[in-house]
Unconditional design. Structure first.
Length: 231
């Protein structure tokens, strides 16, 4: 193929990554064993998604069947800020970056970390963007499927409503059992971090002032140039 070495390396990395995650021997097993193996693997994943531990084991087992496997090459966009997608993800392998505000507030997400819990619980649009910085193997839980399972168990659905109201009404994120990577607080996520938001506002205002000062200097220079021409 007549392609650049960079693209060739990218394709090779993705191909090797894909083959590692989809062993052919699994396909040789009887169908019932394949399902048992897949379910057991997914239950181990469920254990790593902290907020799901608020729900019963029976509900967790149902959720395990809903997880969708996704493999993405390096430099792929998982979702962008302000998108309406409400899914939650868990990183099985690979690394991603979280972009909170244009070119500001980048955080690393790595193996066995979840993201998108806030949108899954509240139904809100995305507060940030996420893209891969390596080939990634992700597991995706769609909000629609998640809610359908919860509605089969009154106690779990009640817990969900409590979590949703705690976050939406009181801005208390403790129920998600996640730590803000900006300040290590348990009560909020990065996009709701007071320290980070202050820093972003400061940086944005500083950038605006710099642009205004630059524009003033440019206008001043133009006026002086015109005077020199007339003289």
């Amino acid at each position: 193929m007549d392609i650049t070495p960079q693209l060739q390396n990218k394709i090779t990395e993705y191909h090797e990554f894909y083959n590692k995650e989809h062993e052919d021997f699994v396909k040789t097993l009887p169908l019932n064993l394949q399902r048992e193996l897949q379910h057991e693997k997914m239950m181990k994943v469920i254990e790593k998604i902290s907020f799901l531990q608020n729900f019963s084991k029976k509900t967790q087992e149902k959720i395990a069947f809903l997880l969708e496997e996704i493999i993405l090459p390096e430099a792929s966009i998982v979702f962008q800020k302000n998108e309406e997608d409400n899914s939650c993800f868990l990183i099985k392998k690979g690394y991603l970056t979280v972009l909170l505000d244009d070119c500001h507030g980048i955080f690393l997400r790595e193996e066995n970390e979840a993201f998108g819990e806030y949108e899954l619980i509240t139904g809100s649009y995305r507060k940030y963007g996420v893209s891969t910085i390596s080939a990634c193997f992700l597991l995706k839980l769609k909000r629609k499927d998640f809610l359908e399972v919860l509605m089969t168990n009154n106690e779990d659905y009640y817990r969900f409503c409590q979590m949703r109201d705690s976050i939406s009404l009181y801005r208390d994120f403790t129920c998600l059992n996640t730590i803000c990577k900006a300040c290590n607080d348990l009560k909020h996520c990065e996009f709701a971090c007071p320290e980070l938001n202050y820093s972003l506002r400061f940086d944005r205002n500083q950038l605006i002032r710099q642009n205004e000062q630059q524009e003033e200097r440019t206008n001043f220079h133009r006026k002086n140039t015109k005077k020199e021409v007339f003289l």
